[in-house]
Design a protein around this ligand. Sequence first.
Ligand code: UTP
Length: 477
Amino acid sequence: MDPASIDARREAVAAQLTARNQTHVLRWWDELTSAQRLQLLADLGSIPWDTVDPLIDSHVRNAPTRRLPSGLTPPAVYPHETDPGERREYAEAIEQGRNQLRDGKVAAFTVAGGQGTRLGFDGPKGAVAVTPVGDRTLFELFAGMVKAARGRSEAAIPWYIMTSPGNHDDTEAFLTGHSFFGLPEADVRLFSQGMLPAFDAQGRLLLVEKHRVALAPDGHGGSLKALCTSGALADMQRRGITTISYFQVDNPLVKPFDPLFIGLHTSAGSDMSTKVAAKADDLEAVGNLCMQDGKLGVVEYSEFPEQFARARNDDGSRKFDAGNLAIHLLDVAFVERIVGVSFELPFRRAEKKVTHIDEQGASVEPETPNAIKLETFVFDALPLANNPLVLEVDRSEEFSPVKNATGTDSLDTSKRDQMLRACRWLDSAEVPVPRKPDGSPDVTITIAPSFALDADEVRLKRDQIGPIRAGDAVSID
Ligand code: UTP
């Protein structure tokens, strides 16, 4: 682009910035190269000011006044432990779910646009090796699940992956470099979510470099809009997909093709369904599924009044015990209905540490949160859904995310949980698993999705499993 047109673009952007008291971001303009100027203009031009303008006052300079949850009641939950009546209903739902899969009505959808700052892995989180044996990455595991489900259902189940501009190219290169782990390229579709600027407490834009605005992905709630704007939703409609199986990139235990969940969701005519697990303790840092004003929603733990968190039923059980696992089914028609041109889920304010440059241009690595990010959360679509459904699952079977470098929800705890689940599946198939005197497995085991997606499949294939000796590291493929 010639210098005159760069200057013309600068004038237009400067006018926008002047109106908003944000011209400080052009401070280093004179020392930038042409390429850097174009980059800065691109960053600034990507800011959706119509969305952002009102939020600077309501969410950045001030913390939004959220209505204190009142009148909360626990939601109706399809239980994990069933009585005979429920068992019949579940058996019918499983059949219906299998039919949905066979009819090619279900797509897998991984949200992988997050920055993964807590884990601190250099690359997309999906490229982290997570299995106890064989160092399979999260993307390889999910691809294996999709492949296995395609084989079982004989349907061309597509897999959609949402990235963000910061990890899109690396994600694409990783999947291409691994030939999409054997899936047809046409059935794996990547698209990027939107970004929003991070601000200082006064509502001023931050720069990460002299020519780069601090931008961050707009939250997993941005997935609904991105499904639409990327054309993924239209692609689903073209393929006859009706149900989107939504899951996060960080959970290797997820079961995206659970016929029970799919069948219950379909037979209830639910727009959006969610899996929950009993909370580990009253104050566990997990969102709480609740009814409020007749609508299902999630109240974050930080906003959940302690008297509710500690409330008990007459039998002593926890009253609010439906912890959000971020595993959802969404109807394509529902997403299409709610994602209008100006659609936004409610914005949430997050105080985060954001590396930036100071007024002298020196890089600052903050030790405490210094910036406000704006995000929407996918579970905020639940109150908009008709007939939303909640299914309780056994956490140890379906949820063990990799979020942190150490401690809870880390690679170590996730590998342990994958191992324990594999051993339970083998136990249920009566395949002997060597144990230590304390009862813990004396082996390291991975059961690949190509071999089994659940305990039932292990039982069916038990004759294909060779003897497992103490101390072995076994990958059952
Ligand atoms: P997390 O809330 O765990 O955030 O995302 P994160 O960005 O991955 O990690 P931290 O907080 O920086 O350590 C939960 C899921 O939502 C996706 C993530 O990729 C993950 O699968 N996500 C999150 C997005 O796709 N986009 C976002 O803007 C935020």
